[in-house]
Design a binder for this molecule. Structure first.
Ligand SMILES: [Zn+2]
Length: 171
């Protein structure tokens, strides 16, 4: 009797018989449909993570530039995580908050380790409002233009939709 050909499950790595394995595409073997679905879910999770990581990497790069030799990736990483968990802040929002703190408030960042958390905690909402307002004005100028007589930005009914749309954007 011929020995059965053994293959490894792409999900749990158990040795399984090739002839009875779940085989949705060439050279892809799984114990069963459950293992296949589990693997697909893991793949999707990784994809989602990558999108988040891009902003995270940019934020870490900015922090490295600010903190220089005092930069500590572990400490910063924990602070970022806490800000996300405690307030649902995003990395993109934190980047914009740092920019707001430095270029709009014109403040210098104290480069001791704990300053980052406090700055974001204290300024995030102000920075977000500032950013949203700026976007709103920008859009209004683009879409409706200035009214020459009053020198004011015309706000029309459609701006409500605009506001709703902006809320879900980057912050
Ligand atoms: Zn398996």
């Amino acid at each position: 009797m011929a020995e059965p050909v053994m293959v490894k499950c792409k999900c749990c790595h158990n040795e399984i018989e090739r002839d009875t394995a779940y085989n949705p595409s060439p050279k892809m073997y799984y114990c069963n449909v459950e293992c296949f679905q589990k693997k697909q879910q893991e793949k999707n999770k990784k994809k989602k993570k990558k999108v988040v990581d891009k902003d995270y990497e940019e934020l870490m790069e900015i922090l490295t530039n600010i903190y220089g030799s005092k930069m500590n990736n572990g400490v910063m990483g924990r602070q970022i995580r806490l800000l996300k968990d405690n307030y649902n802040f995003t990395c993109r929002g934190m980047i914009l908050t740092l920019d707001y703190y430095q270029t709009i408030l014109k403040k210098n960042i104290n480069t001791n380790y704990f300053s980052f958390y406090g700055i974001i905690e204290g300024c995030y909402i102000d920075a977000k409002n500032y950013w949203l307002e700026k976007q709103k004005i920008k859009k209004a100028i683009e879409e409706y233009g200035f009214d020459d007589k009053t020198k004011k930005v015309k706000v029309v009914e459609r701006s409500r939709n605009l506001k709703d749309k902006l809320k879900v954007e980057e912050f």
